[in-house]
Design a protein around this ligand. Structure first.
Ligand SMILES: NC(=O)c1ccc[n+]([C@@H]2O[C@H](COP(=O)([O-])OP(=O)(O)OC[C@H]3O[C@@H](n4cnc5c(N)ncnc54)[C@H](OP(=O)(O)O)[C@@H]3O)[C@@H](O)[C@H]2O)c1
Length: 443
């Protein structure tokens, strides 16, 4: 990652992967420059890049214009909604024969992206990418190829794609020493929870609304089950230099069990429920989880509505950094990619820089946190004090019973516990009292 701002006499600074800081001498942009780009993939994002690149008004004030030389696709017969690139082909070899200032990678999988990006960086062509999986799995290796060959590799669009925070951190190694991250990184889940936060709203209706507005895929499972958010947490923590979190060890849950009554009960306790990713690291290791959690209303992430994303960072030297904005969408992602492309094309290359360290594997543990528990009874709802005694006897430390209740359900705040103890207590309540429970963490 290159700095966005450097002066001519800045010293050359390097730091370890990721968020690398390297001084670059800006190339003059006083005369109007044409940046020759190649696009790998003309899907939603690739087409948006081609449309924005053709909009002369968008970059005229910066003295720049783009020329899309060549686009690589899988199917030439597909209809595209963008200006025609200089050339469109299905041949990777033909694409690689082209000359580009920057290549924008917008393919939908790790291969052939990894092979093509490695080839381009290896011959000194800069690449910018929106491909999360590529950067999470091969970012360190590709960065080392770029460093050895004087090319730039940029990936601001991979995490909260329209929120330019990675470049900001990359230029500030002290601020970038992140030790805790709490973030809303899945716009679909955030939209669904926002739509669900209405009296009587159903989960299925909220998902249908998200689909109708284009915020959710026809099959939204990866979003609703927390898998997309887990991928993003793995990417973020590796970009913060923590190593590569093991997906198998990560505590992941989705939002399918959240109801509009849960949101009303959380509100009665001064909070709301958001689908978050959370990770904290200290000398003893990394504790992390992905899933719905009750946030206090004072937490800035609690106010994010609709498809917005946000990230709250605490570092060794600076705490309470907060960035928010649109986390996805072809048009905003295209703007970030083209900004990355301008930066990549505007700096002189320095060959033979220190190669990046590969991300080592890290096995996160599931943290002990306070919880928010919904208890649903098969018959008449017992009084608050009776519910609190039963939950306490099942092994959970009750802090408070919410005023909000429905005909069959009550909500309780529980003190800090590990997930395994919470699950065991829920099983005891089901076996002994035929009570159903759903538990959400509290942050
Ligand atoms: N959509 C967003 O809002 C968003 C936001 C941030 C990041 N991203 C990332 O951006 C990337 C692209 O997303 P997208 O939504 O644009 O995906 P998409 O619509 O599925 O487009 C993928 C493109 O890749 C091409 N492609 C796939 N395999 C190929 C191959 N072997 N050879 C040549 N072309 C190939 C496809 O060609 P055909 O069209 O010919 O099939 C298609 O044009 C993904 O990595 C995604 O995670 C997306």
């Amino acid at each position: 990652m290159r700095p966005s701002v450097q002066t001519l006499d800045s010293p050359k600074i390097t730091s370890t992967w990721p968020l690398r800081v390297r001084a670059r001498r800006p190339v003059s942009t006083t005369s109007k420059r044409a940046i020759r780009i190649g696009i790998l993939g003309l899907g939603n994002v690739g087409q948006a890049v081609a449309r924005l690149a053709a909009d002369r008004g968008a970059t005229a004030h910066a003295g720049l214009r783009f020329h899309v030389e060549h686009a690589l696709v899988r199917d030439l017969a597909k209809q595209r909604h963008c200006p025609k690139p200089g050339r469109t082909s299905v041949s990777a070899a033909a694409f690689l024969r082209g000359q580009y200032d920057v290549v924008i990678e917008a393919l939908d999988a790790v291969e052939p992206a990894r092979t093509l990006v490695a080839r381009l960086l290896g011959r000194g062509t800069s690449v910018v990418t929106a491909n999360k999986a590529l950067v999470a799995e091969h970012g360190a290796h590709l960065e080392s190829i770029a460093a050895a060959n004087g090319s730039a590799f940029r990936y601001e669009a991979t995490a909260l794609s329209a929120v330019p925070f990675l470049g900001t951190l990359a230029a500030r190694p002290l601020v970038a020493s992140v030790e805790r991250v709490l973030a809303v990184v899945n716009g679909t889940s955030n939209y669904v929870l926002t739509a669900l936060d209405q009296p009587g709203a159903s989960f299925d209706d909220a998902v249908s609304r998200a689909q109708a507005l284009g915020y959710a895929e026809p099959d939204p499972s990866r979003d609703l089950d927390g898998l997309d958010a887990a991928d993003k947490l793995v990417l973020l923590t590796s970009l913060f230099g923590w190593g590569r979190l093991s997906r198998e060890a990560l505590d992941v849950s989705g939002i399918r069990r959240v109801t509009s009554d849960d949101l009303a009960a959380a509100r009665s306790m001064g909070g709301t429920i958001k689908a978050v990713v959370s990770a904290e690291r200290d000398a003893t290791g990394v504790r992390a989880f992905v899933g719905p959690a009750v946030l206090k209303s004072a937490e800035p992430l609690a106010s994010l509505s609709g498809a917005l994303n946000g990230i709250h960072l605490d570092g060794r030297h600076v705490r309470n950094l907060f960035f928010s904005g649109p986390g996805a969408g072809p048009d905003v992602t295209a703007a970030t990619l083209l900004d990355d492309a301008i930066q990549a094309a505007s700096y002189e290359r320095l060959a033979h820089e220190r190669p990046a360290a590969p991300a080592r594997p890290v096995f996160p543990s599931s943290p002990a946190t306070p919880w928010f528990l919904r208890i649903t009874c098969p018959g008449v709802l017992p009084a608050s004090s009776a519910i609190a005694s039963l939950v306490g006897a099942a092994g959970l430390p009750v802090e408070r019973v919410a005023d909000h209740a429905t005909g069959r359900s009550r909500w309780l705040s529980i003190g800090p516990q590990g997930r395994r103890d919470v699950d065991a207590a829920i099983a005891r309540l089901a076996n002994t009292h035929r009570m159903a429970a759903a538990a959400f963490r509290r942050i």
